[in-house]
Design a protein around this ligand. Sequence first.
Ligand code: SF4
Length: 317
Amino acid sequence: MSQTSTNQAAIKEIHLAHTQGFCAGVSSAIETVERALAKFGSPIYVRHEIVHNTAVISDFEKRGVVFIDDLTEIPEEATVIFSAHGVAPSVYQEAKERNLRYIDATCPLVTKVHREAIGFSKKDIQTILIGHKGHQELIGTSGYVNPELLYVIEDEADIDALNLDESKPIGYLTQTTLSVSETSKLIEKLRAKYPDIVAPPKEDICYATQNRQDSVLDLAEDCDVIIICGSPNSSNSNRLRETAAAKGIASYIIDTVEQFDPAVLIGKERVGVSSGASVPSYIVDEVVQKIYSLYPDAEIKRKDSIEKKFTFPIPKF
Ligand code: SF4
């Protein structure tokens, strides 16, 4: 007996988010590892997960890529790639000292925030860095700020606890993959506390994060349940699930199709599917196929993407 016939309501529509999946930074980082493997053979070392996706990591591991947390795990003169999330200046220094051949796959939009951080510190600006404590990108960006001027905040309680010298300049920067709406609220609160606070020269939340959250907001208009494909440690994927939840839509994040629980569709009629910026499209295809196999009468719908496809340059090596 099919799922359809056992429930009063059944899935009639499967909506695909119009803008989802790999961003330019992730495509470039993955291509960098591919080219390094082709040129140097295995093992290739990558400091931290090249992008936060379990399937991508496991595929590379099978092909001889070794993911490490610390450069001391690598033999002298080995080849190491730095992940899309960026690294602190001390990591480049350490790589040089250990005679490692390093290839930098930092996303250019993360590098832009690094440059802003350097600029703030040169001007002695007390720098409030908004982001998720412990996230690789935040750790890397923190390294570009004079430690005496650095204040990392994550939530409103952290803002309440700030006690900065208001006779000196104060500015803020953000991680690239935050929730657009939550970050706006934090910035509003910062402005209320420090009216002269300096904003980054250009928005730090990246185009891909913004577009994917806008796309989920659009999906929320059409759906009564939303499935987000993304790994548990993927910041931008988690923000997509939260974006849907903030609209009152039942929403779930799954790493692979095996984690998809069809029970979440019971009593629903319109399901939306999206994915984070580090998720290969085949995972979304598998989830859609799974739903379609349970509800073969459902109509699959997708609007045109709002994002023009473009690429970032691959580092030369
Ligand atoms: S999510 Fe944004 S900052 Fe991160 S890799 Fe993609 S484009 Fe770059």
